[in-house]
Design a protein around this ligand. Structure first.
Ligand code: CU
Length: 346
């Protein structure tokens, strides 16, 4: 019985460990840094954590010592230890020590805060510029020098400094890629700066870090860090895709062809494929190459059909109308077939 109770006491610890390991798995963890900025930020967290641990230990020790040493003992109920209020030495000690600790914290924190948000220190040819725009509830990525626009999946080359100019179309969002660093507010009518660098190839989850409405918690995006060669390839493919899509050189099945027509008539007011179409929704030029729908949902035809019929069944509050009543199942099947031809991979 006693043993059982003892193990029950470990339950909160076990649950906490489980929850934390869950964070890591999603790829949303600032404690597993994979780039220069995230590493610097993690080291700042470590410094403050170490200082706090030392303070807690010292104060805890003194507190316990005083409690035991000056506890009420039988026969000494009226004993009052020597009173030391106004002791200059003690007052100075516990004023100066925290000041020193705060200085140890402040110097690296302030200098790194400036260094990590400075976008204009490197040679222009050494950096990649990306304009990020937050929308309810998705992310738009523009590569001004490459003349590419995409959404949801952000491609960056490994080892290169990527400078972000961050803004918003509607209300305040915040751009955050925990494993690479951040975060930075995305405010309408204003541009904020942040740079990141990925050390390793891989896909890192990004997300919105500012409560912005019903699907704030689903405002994910994927950062795909690829080799420099692969990145150049992607830029070339994307540029070609931006120019020729939607109708050139694409061999489509009958169903995808029908889907293309339905798309032109119903969707292009909001969605661009290539550089033709509206800018209200995500650019879909490379939709078939994405990892997710809406940044988080499984990227399958059946999910896309569900999305077209009723986007809010997947992402509550999504600013895309339902097409479940307007279009027939046949048309929606055709649309899904068409959307899955939208790849720039050669
Ligand atoms: Cu947001």
């Amino acid at each position: 019985m006693k043993k059982w109770r003892q193990s029950l006491r470990l339950l909160p610890l076990f649950l906490a460990a489980l929850a934390l390991s869950g964070c890591g798995k999603e790829g949303v963890s600032a404690l597993k840094p994979e780039g220069e900025v995230a590493k610097e930020q993690a080291s700042l967290m470590l410094i403050s954590l170490l200082i706090m641990i030392v303070v807690v230990l010292v104060v805890g020790f003194l507190f316990t010592y005083a409690m035991i040493k000056y506890r009420k003992r039988p026969g000494q109920e009226d004993y009052i230890p020597k009173q030391v209020e106004g002791n200059t030495k003690l007052e100075l000690t516990w004023t100066i020590i925290p000041i020193i600790l705060l200085c140890i914290l402040a110097v690296p924190t302030i200098s790194k805060t400036f260094a990590l948000s400075d976008n204009n220190t490197s040679k222009k040819s050494d950096v990649l510029k990306i304009k990020v725009t937050g929308h309810q509830f998705w992310w738009e990525f523009e590569y001004p020098d490459q003349k590419i626009t995409t959404a949801q999946d952000l491609y960056i080359p490994v080892g290169k400094k990527v400078e972000f100019d961050i803004t918003s179309k509607d209300l305040i969002h915040a751009f955050w890629v925990p494993a690479l660093g951040g975060k930075q507010d995305a405010n309408p009518g204003q541009t904020n700066h942040l740079w990141l660098k990925a050390d390793k190839e891989g896909t890192y989850k990004g997300r919105c870090a500012e409560l912005c409405g019903s699907s704030h918690a689903l405002m994910y995006f994927n950062v795909k860090a690829v080799s420099d060669k692969e990145f150049k390839h992607w830029v070339k493919d994307m540029k070609a895709g931006m120019k020729s899509a939607p109708d050139k050189d694409r061999v489509l099945t009958a169903s995808a062809k029908q889907g293309e027509e339905v798309f032109k008539n119903n969707c292009m007011s909001c969605h661009a494929v290539g550089n033709k179409g509206g800018q209200i929704g995500p650019n879909l030029t490379n939709f078939a190459d994405r990892d997710n729908i809406g940044g988080f949902e499984k990227h399958t035809k059946s999910e896309v059909k569900k999305w077209i019929k009723d986007p809010e069944s997947i992402k509550p509050g999504a600013k895309m109308p339902k097409f479940g009543k307007k279009l027939t199942d046949d048309q929606i099947n055709a649309l899904a077939d068409y959307l899955f031809t939208l790849s720039v991979k050669q």
